[in-house]
Design a protein around this ligand. Structure first.
Ligand code: PLP
Length: 371
């Protein structure tokens, strides 16, 4: 599904040099590279503060901790997402409120918010799934009208850009109260281990986040609040600082590969290629088909038997996950989340794909539909 080895080989000298520098100074925790990288990412995203942390799940957890919510407060999440989005809500004693998503974009829309609202609602967590922004303007309008925080889960869409009705543009992760992202190796901006970051325009929140990610201490050994220990290693920051310079090129390569697939797959009757929304660029973290007529398992097996990987992100919507059932509130039947979980299939999409590799994938899919 990914080819991190070939990607590394192209940057090998540059990355090895930067890692060697960290080894030579032995500033493994909070070395100067961590700050440098955070500054570069803030510039790239167009946001005032970037606070690195240990991973994307921690970023979501710390974001929620910074809001000062109370046990039982409700937070609206899409039912079709990776579990981490809602896991941290449960962990902190809040209630995830699960809403349905849009069939075309796989994402939460403002349409589903009104019926989820109660006096306990405090926040919304839009997830920019698979590389494309949620339609944020109506979500932001709704949250402003009801005094809700917006925590963007931007683990899959770093670099994507949303266009507002007036033509202005913002990067995903910079539109809500706090944006969260992950640098897990397979993400669009991935390091060589775990990593994550929070972003915000709010000075007070940025300071709170820094304190929370550092054991609740502002002054060493003086703990004002209960925090956690969540840091980006200096070695990972060094890797990310190199790779950030290539992020636009990487996202463009993913886009080119995605368009190539779509060109050749769009006319197959049993498949719906991913839709591109007019309000967002697409950075194709995943290239996700909808496979019609209950043929998904058969197609997946057919491809696997011919050496082509294909993955199901995600086979079970959150409201059908055992862990979430006792702690969540579900708004309606969520038919689209269920339908997507039953029909999605993601093909390999990454920075090192070539047309000839893609032709193999396309050829096999065409063969499947001729059977
Ligand atoms: C990867 C991911 C996360 C979690 O990031 P980690 O760095 O693995 O903790 C959260 N939400 C979504 C949507 C993700 O894809």
């Amino acid at each position: 599904m990914v080819d991190l080895q070939s990607q590394y080989q192209k940057l090998r000298e540059e990355i090895n040099t930067e890692i060697q520098k960290v080894l030579d100074t032995s500033a493994f925790i909070n070395g100067p590279k961590v700050r440098e990288f955070a500054g570069h990412l803030a510039d790239y995203c167009g946001v005032k503060h970037v606070i690195p942390c240990g991973n994307g799940t921690d970023a979501l957890q710390i974001a929620l901790m910074a809001l000062g919510l109370q046990a039982g407060d409700e937070i609206i999440v899409p039912a079709f997402t990776y579990a981490a989005t809602a896991e941290v809500i449960g962990l902190l004693g809040y209630t995830p409120v699960m809403v349905d998503v849009d069939y075309a974009s796989f994402n939460m829309t403002a349409e589903h918010l009104a019926s989820a609202l109660t006096p306990k609602t405090r926040a919304i967590v839009p997830v920019h799934l698979f590389g494309q922004s949620c339609d944020m303007e109506p979500i932001l309008e709704f949250s402003a009208a009801h005094g809700l925080y917006v925590i963007e889960d931007n683990a899959q869409s770093i670099g994507a850009e949303y266009t507002f009705a007036d033509g202005s543009k913002k990067r995903t992760g910079t539109m809500g109260t706090i944006g969260c992202t992950s640098f897990f190796p397979s993400k669009n901006l991935g390091c060589y281990g775990d990593g994550g970051a929070l972003m915000t325009a709010d000075d007070g929140l940025a300071e709170k986040i820094r304190i929370l990610a550092n054991h609740g201490q502002q002054v060493k050994y003086h703990h004002a609040v209960i925090g956690c220990n969540s840091r980006l290693d200096t070695i990972q920051a060094a890797v990310l600082d190199v790779k950030l310079r290539h992020l636009d090129e990487y996202n463009a390569a993913r886009y080119t590969a995605a368009r190539y697939y779509t060109t050749y797959l769009k006319d197959l009757p049993g498949i719906v290629p991913p839709d591109e929304m007019p309000f967002s660029t697409h950075v194709y973290h995943q290239y996700t088909l909808k496979v019609l007529d209950n043929k998904r398992e058969a197609l997946k097996k057919f491809l696997e038997e011919r050496g082509i990987p294909a993955m199901i992100y995600y086979p079970l919507p959150l409201h059908r996950q055992q862990a979430f059932q006792p702690i969540s509130r579900v708004v309606g039947e969520l038919p689209t989340a269920v339908q997507l979980s039953d029909s999605v299939l993601s093909l390999p999409v990454h920075t090192e794909l070539t047309p000839s590799l893609q032709d193999m994938v396309i050829g096999r899919i065409q063969e499947f539909y001729k059977l």
